[in-house]
Design a protein around this ligand. Structure first.
Ligand code: ASP
Length: 335
């Protein structure tokens, strides 16, 4: 039987049109798509298009959008063989990461895609990204949340937007691609997560629960104090140099971190480097964080660390959230 895919349009460049103030998302994506595919739909898996009522530029994404997107997918889960989420590229890696945590144990594909140039332009990457996503979702059992972009199929929670204007805008620097498209469509099945049994909970997120604290030359302890002392803050992504090194000579800053850990705040150490892993203790500077009780984030991307911490704080006890941050849950980190 022909497989059926639900394409959900949530906003982003792929369906945008030029306005006086630059590109804005507009309704009517399905009509545009069907016009473009005129006469070729028979070569594709069957699909329906669902356009969300509130289309956004994904720069405006808020944590509650994750719950809403997951709710739509969950609602239609039994009716379709796979899902394509059309999303803006700016926060695509955050959403793909979060959906991978929400849909753990999934048994069908959720492929997130978008484009750098809208479908409405003559020269665009929208058509190719969408058709390639449809082919992957329509032909294969991929039990993962992926990003499909510029012929690459990437694990969602390993993906990053790496280029502002290049069409090869996404990569997964710490994990091999799951598939690739050239003349042929290649899926690297041996890299896929095992299929599970769909049983999803929809968390409600406290948007203030997780903050990102970057280190940079001269970062004052005051910045950490302001960020960490808010009562809603339960988790921190500490964005450090290289192999996970903070400026430990700043004793006041270290004391702020230590105080937060003692209050029960979960601090996770993630590198500012594009590729590689935190090795907390490779340098004496990083070893300070071991003493304080900061969780090393291994090779988590910032996006995966941020969404994982949000997800765990919304669904687990603080003890189990802390424990789960240091181990692989659904392919997001190399232990
Ligand atoms: N600002 C846009 C968005 O993230 C960029 C894009 O879609 O490429 O919605």
């Amino acid at each position: 039987m022909k497989r059926k895919i639900l394409i959900i349009y949530a906003g982003g460049t792929i369906g945008m049109q030029a306005s006086e103030n630059g590109y804005v998302p507009v309704a009517g994506f399905e009509q545009q798509l069907r016009e473009q595919l005129d006469g070729h739909a028979g070569q594709l898996p069957g699909f329906d298009v669902l356009e969300l009522a509130q289309l956004i530029d994904s720069a405006n994404l808020q944590p509650h959008h994750w719950t809403e997107l997951a709710r739509v997918i969950q609602q239609y889960w039994p009716l379709y063989d796979g899902f394509i989420l059309l999303h803006g590229t700016d926060t695509m890696a955050y959403t793909a990461s979060m959906l991978s945590f929400i849909f753990q144990g999934m048994d069908k594909p959720v492929i997130v895609t978008g484009s750098q140039i809208p479908l409405s332009e003559l020269r665009n990457d929208a058509r190719d990204n969408l058709l390639t996503s449809l082919m992957f979702a329509g032909r294969y059992d991929i039990p993962e949340v992926c990003i499909c972009f510029n012929g690459r199929l990437l694990r969602g929670n390993r993906s990053r937007k790496v280029k502002t204007t290049g069409l090869d805008a996404f990569d997964s620097p710490n994990a091999g691609w799951l598939g690739q498209v050239g003349i042929n469509i290649d899926l690297y099945s041996e890299r896929l997560l095992p299929a599970g049994k769909a049983d999803f909970a929809l968390p409600a997120f406290n948007p203030e629960a997780v903050v990102v604290l970057p280190v940079y030359p001269g970062v004052p302890a005051r910045i950490a104090r302001d960020l960490l002392n808010h009562k809603e803050v339960k988790g921190v992504i500490l964005h450090t140099y290289g192999a996970g090194n903070p400026p430990d000579a700043n004793g006041e800053l270290m004391a702020e971190l230590e105080g937060a850990v003692k209050r029960g705040v979960i601090i996770v150490n993630v590198t500012q480097c594009l590729q590689g892993s935190v090795i907390q203790g490779a340098y004496a500077t990083g070893a300070t964080l071991n003493r304080i009780g900061v969780v090393p984030g291994c090779d988590l991307t910032l996006e995966a660390a941020f969404t994982k911490l949000h997800y765990l704080l919304a669904t687990q006890s603080p003890e189990s959230a802390r424990e789960m941050m240091s181990r692989n849950v659904c392919g997001e980190m190399t232990e």
